[in-house]
Design a protein around this ligand. Structure first.
Ligand code: HEC
Ligand code: HEC
Length: 460
């Protein structure tokens, strides 16, 4: 809080001193000028400590140091094809009993290990809210993942476990050229049920995102508000984002909903939720149809989770490749300025702190009704969406995804509903609608320039 306040003083102070330099030439300024000087001196001393912080912040955002030996061990775990009772899983039951794939790399693989994943590997998350009478009887919302696989039929999860009106299916995953919202025999989801999918994002550069100080993310939040005349993030059309604040004030930055603060925590959650590997940071999920199942112990140690995290930190960051072909180079360069001109950079800001070329503000934006989706990974007490610390994001709120590496991370958007970049842009509603409209209004050759620019944002 303190630091935020001093940041405001800092930028305010700068303006004052610019004005101050012109004042001595005004013969009538007299006492007023002297008072101003005093105020300036006072402001300058107030600024001294935040300025030091700022400097410290910047240094902190350097590429984090990597323990090469740990990262090597982590790569082995990331690529390992886990089995039930796996020898690497210590005292636990190994893979499962419910899981979505048998290795991290099975999903994170496009453009190399650690990359994004195809739609077939989408993860299904749900929320079921109690109805009025259930609520009166003390019923609570349930949420979690419907896993696509299990070590045996006894444990296999289905949509029927989410709600009795839904089919006992082993997951009809929509794959095809056009995204189909999940419906059952033409009906929409039962009342109170929210079921949606998440597409696998790439992990290149995640170590840098982890190292960004909260204050740098908050600086963008403030800049966006100021740019639009102190508009709030509740705006349905202005591109004013908000940082997702945890109850303890830290800022979420990982996941499609910015739901997680630290990379190390996301890794622990992924081990449990995707592979069924329980660890000190996250218990493995109970099968939806077999809630009494008890694992005999943990599958991973803290040290193994740290190795996995170190492996991800060691992945090289994405790059902005200059096309060799001169014509393409010209097109991409023109596209880069168009990208800013039509308002994409309101949210996909190139730099946060001193992390360059990420093209995200890491803030949540309301992307319109079409994108609405809830669901969450763990059955923690449901945090109802609200604009206050410790609350969950709203269904239409999504974190601006970093566009670095976007040339190789199709399909796009949180559930992979967009098969290509043009498609992704056209699906920007809510706060993104205006810039999507600007894009659609460009002549075809200029649209191609924007795409040519996006195609320079490549995996390492
Ligand atoms: C079944 C596919 C699948 C598997 C297997 C998988 N992931 Fe993921 N991963 C995802 C999806 C989907 C997301 C996005 C989740 C969200 O934000 O809702 C994700 C997100 C992440 C993120 C956050 C990235 C970001 O920038 O927000 C990390 C870190 C991660 N996974 C690490 C791992 C690790 C480590 C493993 C192995 C233990 C793993 N994942 C296994 C699908 C998978
Ligand atoms: C209001 C903020 C905002 C603006 C403005 C905006 N975007 Fe986005 N963009 C987002 C968010 C949030 C998502 C993710 C939405 C989702 O997953 O449902 C996204 C997703 C994307 C994706 C898909 C990325 C991926 O990894 O899946 C691309 C590509 C993209 N935007 C390009 C653009 C371009 C080009 C423009 C300008 C025409 C633009 N965006 C303007 C916020 C914005």
């Amino acid at each position: 809080m303190n630091r935020q306040g001093s940041r405001a003083a800092l930028s305010h102070g700068k303006k004052q001193s610019e004005v101050g330099t012109t004042i001595p030439f005004n013969p009538y300024a007299g006492n007023f000028m002297f008072q101003r000087r005093l105020i300036l001196v006072a402001l300058a001393s107030l600024m001294a400590s935040p300025a030091a912080y700022r400097c410290y912040d910047r240094l902190m955002t350097k590429a984090p140091p990597v323990d090469a030996a740990m990262a090597q061990e982590g790569k082995v775990l990331f690529d390992h094809e886990w089995t039930p009772n796996d020898p690497l899983a210590g005292g636990g039951d190994g893979l499962g009993p419910v899981f979505n794939a048998n290795s991290c790399v099975a999903c994170h693989r496009q453009g190399g290990g650690g990359g994004g994943g195809p739609r077939e590997n989408n993860v299904h998350v749900f929320t079921v809210r109690p109805n009025v009478s259930e609520m009166a009887a003390g019923g609570k919302a349930r949420q979690g993942v419907v896993h696509t696989q299990a070590v045996g039929p006894t444990f296999q999860e289905s949509f029927g476990h989410v709600h009795p009106e839904m089919p006992i299916h082993v997951l009809p995953i929509s794959v095809g050229p056009v995204f189909q919202p999940i419906t059952f025999s033409g009906n929409s989801l039962p009342r109170g049920v929210d079921l949606s999918q998440r597409n696998t994002p790439a992990l290149f550069g995640a170590g840098l995102i982890d190292a960004i100080p909260d204050s740098d993310i908050i600086a963008n939040e403030r800049a966006q508000r100021l740019k639009w005349g102190l508009a709030t993030s509740q705006s349905k059309d202005l591109p004013v984002g908000r940082a997702l604040r945890m109850a303890d004030g830290r800022i979420g930055r990982f996941g499609w909903k910015a739901q997680t603060v630290r990379l190390a925590d996301f890794v622990r959650a992924a081990c449990a939720n995707e592979l069924g590997l329980g660890n000190p940071g996250q218990a493995q999920p109970q099968p939806l149809g077999f809630p009494s199942y008890q694992p005999r112990g943990l599958d991973l140690t803290d040290a193994q989770c740290d190795q996995l995290t170190q492996f991800i930190v060691s992945l090289p960051r994405p790059v902005e490749r200059t096309p060799l072909d001169a014509d393409l180079h010209r097109k991409a360069r023109a596209g880069k300025s168009l990208f800013a001109r039509i308002g994409c950079t309101h949210c996909h800001v190139a730099d946060v702190g001193n992390v360059r070329g990420m093209y995200s503000d890491l803030l949540l934006h309301d992307m319109g009704q079409e994108t609405e989706a809830g669901g969450n990974y763990t059955d923690q007490p449901l945090e109802e969406p609200a604009f206050k610390p410790g609350s969950g994001p709203f269904p239409a709120e999504w974190r601006t995804p970093p566009l670095w590496g976007v040339a190789r991370s199709a399909p796009y958007m949180h559930d992979g509903r967009a098969v290509n970049l043009e498609h992704a842009i056209s699906m920007h509603g809510g706060q993104g609608a205006k810039s999507a409209h600007n894009y659609a209004s460009l002549p075809v050759d200029e649209q191609a320039q924007v795409i040519a620019f996006l195609m320079t944002l490549d995996t390492p």
